[in-house]
Design a protein around this ligand. Structure first.
Ligand SMILES: [Ca+2]
Ligand SMILES: [Ca+2]
Length: 328
């Protein structure tokens, strides 16, 4: 016996009859639900006596499955039924398709409208919103909001209306202009409302992973006698932790020692299995210590002035700084 729960799902039950000895011979009927997709059976209940007839409450009613909405007809996104699993929103992109290119729509009845609605929470709204391209007889209201209404021009023949609704569905996009965007899955619900109270529903799930950032590129020059320091300290405050450095420093981690590590460009890479990796570079220049000499000892008479020339800007004993200094 098959019980149609909606246009997209049904449960099929089977009965198994057992003869058991319970002091007397008794007949036990076990009822199982079978799932032909997962190829599983699930025990539901058992009852005494033989079941030789069964029907669901809607078994003999006319089918209400003449409205069919599927956001991914061949389930290539990995979601069964009429739903769609969208690609993740990664940094550098601001929109994703909320329906697959093979989204389908069919109705045997006049369709009042289709609604596409971003279910709460939509934390980045109004910077996150929906759009779709109008097509033929089907127009789109609510562009740029979290609720689109697709409606067909009066008098449009069913085949044309179905084709136009399907074309608009395939153009459905979820946008997020927030920077950075708020992570967390979004759910888009699409409902088709047809005559006679018929409807069908499908959902699109949009993963929004935690954004990764390696930070900005930076450069640093320091003297050969500078103390060791952590390269990670040169990344932006918001840089994602846990990345890898290449090449590794002599210490084997991200601590750079001017004595042991060479000048060069060190790359920081952060990645996960969802979005492309992000990298930042730190260019370190280790400068040799300056050779500083004022020459040999000098003597001069009272009232004279001696001009000292240094090879670089120096701090003199009177607190002044400069490449030269007059001594009187
Ligand atoms: Ca499907
Ligand atoms: Ca597909």
């Amino acid at each position: 016996m098959t019980d149609a729960r909606s246009c997209d799902s049904a449960i099929t039950y089977i009965t198994v009859t057992n003869e058991q000895i319970l002091g007397i011979t008794d007949t036990i009927n076990e009822i199982y639900a079978i799932d032909p997709v997962a190829q599983t059976t699930t025990f539901v209940c058992e009852t005494r006596g033989v079941i030789f007839g069964a029907a669901s409450p809607t078994e003999f009613l006319a089918s209400d499955c003449s409205v069919r909405l599927d956001l991914d007809a061949d389930n290539s996104s990995g979601t069964p039924g009429s739903d769609y699993l969208a690609p993740p929103l990664c940094p550098g992109t601001a929109l994703v398709a909320a329906a697959d290119t093979d989204a389908t729509f069919h109705s045997g009845y006049r369709v009042d409208s289709l609604h596409a609605r971003l279910l709460p929470p939509a934390p980045d709204a109004p910077l996150e919103y929906l759009t779709a391209q109008a097509s033929g007889s089907v127009g789109v209201a609510g562009q740029g909001t979290i609720w689109l209404t697709l409606s067909v021009a009066a008098g449009t023949a069913l085949p044309a209306a179905n084709a136009d609704f399907q074309a608009v569905l395939r153009s459905l996009r979820w946008h997020n202009d927030a920077a950075p965007f708020t992570p967390g899955q979004r759910t888009l619900e699409v409902v088709a409302f047809a005559a006679n109270g018929l409807r069908d529903t499908a959902r699109a799930f949009i993963p929004v992973p935690q954004p990764l950032s390696a930070g900005r590129d930076t450069a640093l020059a320091l003297c050969a006698d500078a103390p060791p320091f952590d390269l990670a300290a040169l990344l932006e405050a918001g840089a994602s932790p846990g990345g890898a450095w290449s090449p590794s420093t002599a210490s084997g981690n991200s601590v750079f020692s001017p004595k042991n590590d060479a000048s060069g460009t060190y790359m920081y890479l952060v990645s996960n299995s969802v979005c492309p990796a992000d990298t930042a570079t730190v260019s370190v220049s280790v400068l040799p210590l300056p050779a500083f000499s004022l020459g040999g000892d000098a003597s001069f008479c009272a009232g004279d002035t001696l001009a000292l020339a240094a090879p670089a800007v120096a701090l003199w004993q009177d607190g002044t700084m400069g490449a030269s200094h007059a001594v009187s």
